[in-house]
Design a binder for this molecule. Sequence first.
Ligand code: FOL
Length: 202
Amino acid sequence: DDMGLELTLIVAATTKMGIGFKGGLPWKGLKKEMAYFRRVTLGGGESQNTVIMGRKTWDSIPPKFRPLKGRRNVVISRSLSPSSTPASTTPETADGPIILQSLPDAIEFLRNTQKNEKVSGKVFIIGGAQIYKSALEMKEAKRVLLTRVQGDFECDTYFPEMGEGWSKKSGEELRGWTGEGEEVEEEIEEGGVRYRFEMWER
Ligand code: FOL
């Protein structure tokens, strides 16, 4: 049953909602922030989680880290996907990402494959701007895990307007959903940059 297919967007953004600069992240060295991304997307459960990303985000991940370990990697690309293969019959290769043409195709693919309990974990949208925008237009997008980075980094890519109906949840609710420990509530400082972890739902 796929009634429970929910999408969670995960993003780190500046106060002006900047998320990227010149094909990468706007900052360097927020190691604990990246560790949070890794822990949360990996999860701790029995079933494997999925990360869905655009092709430019795939390119931005250091080759030694991709595909992101321990997670099903889905990449959205019109040019790299075999155009005649329906999403429902896209073969899953042992290694490397699953490449699909659009976010709706990716959702269809997951609906057809998440019946397998080993892979019926959480589904994360990890960017970038174009994929976040498509995701926010879908009813399945129920949650945003937003890291608010208090810094004025130069950016050329921004998180799209979230629109109506979103509310920020408490730190306790964030911990409940992510399985994070107490430390997630506090404001983190790393190399002179402060940030805090938030969870929004609709
Ligand atoms: N969300 C949050 N909260 N922070 C981010 O940095 C972030 N980044 C992306 C999407 N959502 C995010 C997209 N960019 C890696 C690199 C870039 C990236 C996402 C992931 C990456 O290499 N991740 C490795 C860990 C690398 C390390 O330990 O330094 C991973 O295993 O997740």
